[in-house]
Design a protein around this ligand. Sequence first.
Ligand SMILES: Nc1nc2c(c(=O)[nH]1)N[C@H]1C(S)=C(S)[C@@H](COP(=O)(O)O)O[C@H]1N2
Ligand SMILES: [Mo]
Length: 198
Amino acid sequence: MTVFSRGFRGKHHRDDRLPPGQYLTQGFPVLSAGPTPRIPLDRWEFAIDTETEQVHRWSWEELTALPSETPTVDIHCVTSWSKLDTRWRGVSLDVLFERVETAADYALVYCYGGYTTNLPLEDLLDGKAWIAYGYDGHELAPQHGGPARLLVPHLYFWKSAKWVRGIRLLHQDHPGLWESAGYHNYGDPWREQRYADD
Ligand SMILES: Nc1nc2c(c(=O)[nH]1)N[C@H]1C(S)=C(S)[C@@H](COP(=O)(O)O)O[C@H]1N2
Ligand SMILES: [Mo]
């Protein structure tokens, strides 16, 4: 099983870290569906809205005062580039969800600029996702989603919403931008779930 061999040898064997159909890049391509929104930090906020209309909000000051982590992860874009050992700083979604009471199973992520993407709530929890505001020792550059983006490295990188603004929790799944345009609803790079029929 792929997961088994990855877990055992992945740290040392590059080939085992490259999902099917992907190639390695040393650069950091920029993929944006529209212009880069500019959000002044004093007006920036991040919100989690629950299925019972509870809204939890964090200002920039509040978010960056929370304990942060420095995950080093591999990222995989559906256009076939992968980049190994990318270094981020951000707040684990587990920290933000400590305050949130929910029975929802789905999350719809929304952004400054209007981009959306969906995923099961469980894919955001248990150390699998961050609101990232630092990259490679610096603040996250605007073209890569600064001031802050979602980072969900175990799914294709289109799920890692740049300029993230909030997460809406839902009982029913609701497709985001690319998910309603023919891309796979879940997007696991190890199962090569690129398009809806994969
Ligand atoms: N808000 C927003 N987030 C987005 C996108 C976008 O167009 N808008 N593109 C997605 C896609 S397809 C990819 S591959 C990654 C690209 O991130 P990068 O530009 O930092 O490489 O962001 C994802 N998040
Ligand atoms: Mo992408």
